[in-house]
Design a protein. Structure first.
Lengths: 307, 316
C-alpha cells in the first residue's frame, strides 16, 4: 500500500513539473520564433519607408510625377511615370495572354477532361510553374524576341511584347490552378440540376459553374496581375532599360522591378538620391502588390457563395 | 344528314390533326436543329479549351528544346569543373555551383527550423485570437511580396546594417526570409493532415502537448514537411532578383571558403551571361548550358520530393 501511494504521488509530482516547464515555456519560445515573420514585414515596411522618405525629401513631388526619368546623368531627374507605364503595359500584355488561356484551361481541366487527361496535364502545369523566372527571361530574349522580329517589322531587340507574352505564359499555371480550384468547389448538385434540364456541358460550364465560381476566378486574375507586377527577371532581361515614356509596344520600356535590378547592379553609391530612389520605387511596388493581394482576399471573402 | 355531318366532323378533325402534326414536325425540326447546334458548339469549344492546355504543354516542350539546342556541345566535365574565363570556350561554372551549394547550406537549416516551428505554433499552440489571425494574414501577404523587395530588405538590413556586404551569409539570410512563408504554409498543411485521434490517443496515455507534438505529430507529418521544404528550397535555388539586388558579383576568381566570402550562384551566372550575349554570341550558349545544369538540379530535387511523398506519406 505504501508503494502505491508513493508511485501515485510521484506521477502527480512529475506531471505537475512537466506541465509547468514544457507547457508554459515551449509555446512562448515558439511564439517568439513565429513572430520572425512579423519582424520581416516590419523590416520591409520600415526600410522602404525610411529610405524612400529621404528620396521624397530630396526630390520635389512635381518631379516625381513627371515623365522625365534620367537617374544617371549629371543633372539627374526622377520621374516615376515611365516605370509605372512600363509595369502596367507589360502586366496588361501578360494578362491578355494568361487570362483567356488560363481560364479556358481551368474550364477544360475542371469540367471536360477525363481523370486520365487531368492526371497528365496537371503535373505539366505545375512543372511550368516551377521553372525559375530567369529561365523564362532567357527564353524570351533568345527565342521569343527573334521569332517576333520576323513577324513584326521594326521590333527592337529589347521590347515589351516579348517579355509580356512570356510573363503571361509564366502565370498561366497560376490562373489555371486557382480558377480550377474555384470551379471544382462548385457542388455537383448544381451541375446535375442543369444537366437534368437538358443543358450541354458547355452550357453548364458557362452558365452555372463559372458564375458560381466567379469570386475565385476574379481573385485568381487579381493575384496574377500582382505576380506580373512583381515579376523581375523576365523584364530585366528582355524589355531593356529605356526610360522613355511611350506607348509603343515595339520599343524598350523599363518596369519598376527592372529599374531596381538595373540600378543596384550598377554602381549606385549609398547615400545618393539615386540610391534612395530604389526604395521609393520599391515602396510603390510593395503598395501595388500588397493592394492587389488584399483585393484578391477581399473578393474571395466578400463574394464567395457558400454552398 | 346525320351521317354526312359525322363524316364532315371527322374530316375537319383529321385536317386539324394533320395541321397539328405538321406544326409539331416543324417545331420538332427547329428544336432538333437547335439541339444539334448546341451539341456542336459544345464539342467545338471543348476542343478549343483543351487546346489551351495543350498550349502550355507545347510551350514547355519548346522551351526545353530551345535550351537543349543552345546548350548542345557546351556541357562537359570541363564546363562543370573549371573556373570563369573571359574566353567562352574555357569558361566553367564550378564557382557558381559551389556558391549555390553554400547558399543552400545556409538557407535550408534556417528556413526549415523557423518555418516548421512557426507552423507548429500556428497549428498546435495558437489560440484563436487576434494575434494568431494577424500572424496568418501576415504570412499569406508576405508570400505575395515580390522577391526584389526582399532583395532591398537584405541589402539594407543584412548588407549595410549588419555589414555583411554581398557575402554568402547575407544572400542566405535574404533567401531564407523569402522562402519562409512557403515552408510555413506547406508545413501547416502537413501538420493539419495528422488525424486528431492520434493526438487524442497520446493525450489519453498521459502525454502532455509538447511530448505529443514531438513524438506523435512531427513523425507523422515529417514526410509532408520534408516534401514542402525541398520544394521551397528549389524555389530558392532558382531565385535571382534578390541576389542581383544584393550586388552579388559575377567575376569571382576565388572559390568561397567561408560564409563570409563573396560568391556567385547559378542563376546570377545565367543572368549576366544572357545580358552579355549581345557582345559575344557564345555567352548565350554558356547561359543555356548553365540553365540545363540548374534545371537538372531542380528536377532532381523535385523527384526526391515526389519520392518522399509517395513512399512515406500515408493518408489517414
Amino acid at each position: 500500500m505504501e508503494d502505491k501511494t508513493n508511485v501515485r504521488s510521484l506521477i502527480q509530482k512529475n506531471a505537475g513539473q512537466r506541465n509547468h516547464i514544457n507547457e508554459k515555456v515551449v509555446p512562448k519560445i515558439f511564439l517568439i520564433i513565429a513572430s520572425i515573420s512579423i519582424l520581416t514585414t516590419i523590416g520591409i515596411i520600415f526600410t522602404l519607408i525610411f529610405d524612400a522618405s529621404k528620396f521624397f525629401s530630396a526630390v520635389p513631388l512635381r518631379e516625381v510625377f513627371s515623365t522625365d526619368l534620367n537617374p544617371l546623368s549629371k543633372d539627374p531627374s526622377f520621374g516615376i511615370l515611365p516605370l509605372i507605364n512600363g509595369t502596367i503595359i507589360t502586366s496588361l500584355i501578360a494578362m491578355v495572354v494568361a487570362a483567356p488561356i488560363g481560364l479556358t484551361a481551368a474550364m477544360y481541366l475542371s469540367e471536360f477532361a477525363t481523370d486520365r487527361a487531368r492526371k497528365v496535364l496537371k503535373p505539366i502545369m505545375e512543372l511550368l510553374a516551377g521553372i525559375p523566372t530567369i529561365v523564362y527571361g532567357f527564353f524570351a530574349y533568345s527565342f521569343v524576341t527573334p521569332l517576333l522580329m520576323k513577324v513584326i517589322p521594326g521590333l527592337g531587340a529589347k521590347n515589351v511584347i516579348s517579355p509580356g507574352i512570356v510573363m503571361g505564359i509564366m502565370i498561366i499555371p497560376l490562373v489555371a490552378s486557382l480558377s480550377e480550384d474555384a470551379m471544382s468547389s462548385v457542388p455537383d448538385a448544381m451541375r446535375e440540376g442543369a444537366l437534368g434540364l437538358g443543358s450541354t456541358k458547355l452550357e453548364v460550364t458557362l452558365k452555372v459553374v463559372v458564375p458560381a465560381a466567379i469570386s475565385g476566378i476574379m481573385a485568381s486574375f487579381v493575384l496574377a496581375i500582382s505576380r506580373a507586377i512583381g515579376e523581375t527577371m523576365i523584364v530585366a532581361i528582355a524589355s531593356g532599360s529605356s526610360k522613355n515614356f511611350t506607348f509603343d509596344l515595339t520599343k524598350s520600356m523599363q518596369t519598376m522591378t527592372a529599374y531596381i535590378v538595373e540600378f543596384t547592379s550598377g554602381d549606385a553609391g549609398s547615400g545618393t538620391v539615386g540610391y534612395y530612389s530604389l526604395y521609393a520605387v520599391g515602396l510603390l511596388l510593395f503598395i501595388f502588390t500588397l493592394g492587389m493581394n488584399l483585393l484578391a482576399q477581399y473578393i474571395t471573402h466578400k463574394y464567395r457563395e457558400e454552398y | 344528314m346525320d351521317y354526312q355531318e359525322q363524316i364532315n366532323i371527322k374530316k375537319i378533325k383529321k385536317e386539324k390533326t394533320n395541321i397539328n402534326k405538321k406544326q409539331n414536325n416543324y417545331t420538332f425540326e427547329i428544336s432538333r436543329k437547335r439541339i444539334n447546334n448546341r451539341i456542336l458548339l459544345n464539342n467545338i469549344l471543348k476542343k478549343v479549351f483543351s487546346l489551351s492546355t495543350v498550349f502550355a504543354l507545347l510551350v514547355l516542350g519548346l522551351l526545353f528544346y530551345r535550351i537543349a539546342i543552345d546548350a548542345k556541345g557546351w556541357i562537359d566535365l570541363q564546363f562543370l569543373t573549371s573556373n570563369l574565363s573571359i574566353f567562352a570556350e574555357k569558361a566553367g561554372i564550378k564557382g557558381a555551383i559551389i556558391g549555390t551549394v553554400w547558399l543552400m547550406l545556409i538557407v535550408a537549416p534556417i528556413t526549415m527550423s523557423i518555418g516548421v516551428i512557426t507552423a507548429i505554433y500556428l497549428e498546435e499552440y495558437a489560440e484563436k485570437n487576434k494575434l494568431s489571425a494577424f500572424l496568418k494574414v501576415n504570412i499569406s501577404n508576405l508570400a505575395g511580396v515580390p522577391s526584389v523587395i526582399f532583395g532591398l530588405l537584405g541589402l539594407t538590413v543584412f548588407g549595410r546594417l549588419m555589414n555583411l556586404g554581398s557575402s554568402i551569409l547575407a544572400g542566405g539570410l535574404t533567401m531564407s526570409l523569402l522562402v519562409l512563408p512557403i515552408i510555413v504554409v506547406s508545413s501547416q498543411e502537413a501538420l493539419k493532415s495528422v488525424p486528431s485521434y492520434m493526438k487524442e490517443a497520446s493525450y489519453a496515455l498521459g502525454a502532455d502537448k509538447w511530448t505529443t507534438i514531438r513524438k506523435v505529430v512531427l513523425p507523422v507529418a515529417l514526410p509532408g514537411i520534408l516534401t514542402g521544404s525541398i520544394l521551397s528550397l528549389s524555389r530558392a535555388i532558382g531565385e535571382t532578383a534578390p541576389l542581383v539586388v544584393l550586388g552579388i558579383p559575377t567575376l569571382i576568381m576565388k572559390y568561397p571558403t567561408s560564409a563570409m566570402d563573396n560568391f556567385t550562384a547559378l542563376p546570377i551566372q545565367i543572368y549576366y551571361w544572357t545580358l552579355d550575349a549581345v557582345l559575344t554570341r557564345e555567352y548565350a550558349n554558356l547561359a543555356a548550358a548553365t540553365i540545363v545544369v540548374l534545371l537538372a538540379i531542380l528536377f532532381l530535387m523535385n523527384s526526391i520530393a515526389i519520392i518522399i511523398r509517395n513512399k512515406f506519406q500515408k493518408r489517414y
